[in-house]
Write a protein of this length. Structure first.
Ligand SMILES: C[S@@+](CC[C@H](N)C(=O)[O-])C[C@H]1O[C@@H](n2cnc3c(N)ncnc32)[C@H](O)[C@@H]1O
Length: 260
């Protein structure tokens, strides 16, 4: 029973696997049902009908399993894209491998840590600039630095800024951008292995999933008076010292914690 719950939890915490599982399950179910369908509808069947049934069933099952609405679109578009790509020979099969490899390198830890790639906007960069001036911050790190935009924005303010990025492709690209502009640096690495003890500011823009564990890490390592800022995701069960609501389209919230 416990094992079953764990398996169910795994699928719910990993929507990509749930989505693929549903696609494959529906595909196999249609395939297995073909001999029975043949009693009612004489073969051969138009592949478009199979595609239509796949899309309808996949969306229905995903909806029944309470996947978020935007996943229903992905579920519908996935088989259509695959069908069009393969049937029109728009996508030679080898490209699936290349695309899968690229996605793996860019989103290498989305599945384990649930942190996708989205970037802090310019208004956030400006707010961080204000924060470092107000608090006289000299040395900062962006844990999970994506394309390094925050690192360069902080470096522009005269801060000794470092980014730590897990995804190899993003790390190489953003390190090159930092070198090109002569602003800050990006290291390829895992934020969990990064020592936070000498930073005045630790900035993150991640997801709700790692926040509790990250808070424990800040408590163990960050020095008194230094600042931990989380874009959009608060630390559960801990009151921030300040919350800045930014005047951008998504009303970004910066949760600011001063280390005691
Ligand atoms: C939402 S993006 C934020 C990018 C950047 N900080 C910004 O605000 O523009 C999160 C980034 O964290 C990276 N990431 C996730 N887990 C990580 C880890 N354990 N170590 C280093 N980087 C990680 C992801 O690859 C992704 O690029």
């Amino acid at each position: 029973m416990h094992q079953n719950n764990t398996k169910i939890a795994f699928f719910y915490n990993n929507p990509l696997w749930l989505a693929l599982f549903i696609q494959l399950g529906v595909f196999i179910a249609i395939w297995l049902s073909l001999p029975y369908v043949a009693y009612w509808i004489i073969p051969p069947y138009n592949p478009l009908s199979w595609l239509l049934v796949q899309v309808v069933l996949v969306v229905a099952v995903s909806y029944a399993l309470k996947m978020p609405y935007w996943w229903l679109w992905i579920q519908a578009l996935l088989p259509i894209g695959l069908f069009v790509g393969l049937s029109q020979q728009l996508i030679p099969v080898v490209w699936f491998g290349v695309i899968a490899l690229f996605l793996m390198l860019v989103f290498s830890n989305v599945w384990s840590e649930r942190v996708p790639l989205y970037l802090s906007n310019r208004i956030t960069h400006r707010a961080l600039g204000q924060l470092v001036r107000e608090r006289n911050i000299k040395i900062a790190v962006d844990l999970g630095s994506g394309l390094g935009g925050v690192v360069r924005a902080l470096a522009k303010q005269g801060v000794d800024a470092t980014g730590v990025e897990f995804s190899p492709i993003l790390a190489v690209l953003s390190a090159a951008l930092c070198r090109w502009f002569g602003l800050g640096r990006v290291l390829r690495g895992d934020m969990w292995q990064q020592d936070l003890s000498h930073y005045d500011l630790v900035y993150v823009f991640l997801s709700p999933v790692p926040m509790s564990a990250l808070w424990q890490k800040t408590q163990r390592e960050m020095k008194t008076g230094s600042v931990f800022v989380s874009n959009s995701f608060a630390v559960p069960d801990h009151e921030p010292d300040d919350v800045w609501e930014l005047a951008d389209g998504r009303q970004t919230l910066l949760f600011i914690y001063v280390m005691k």
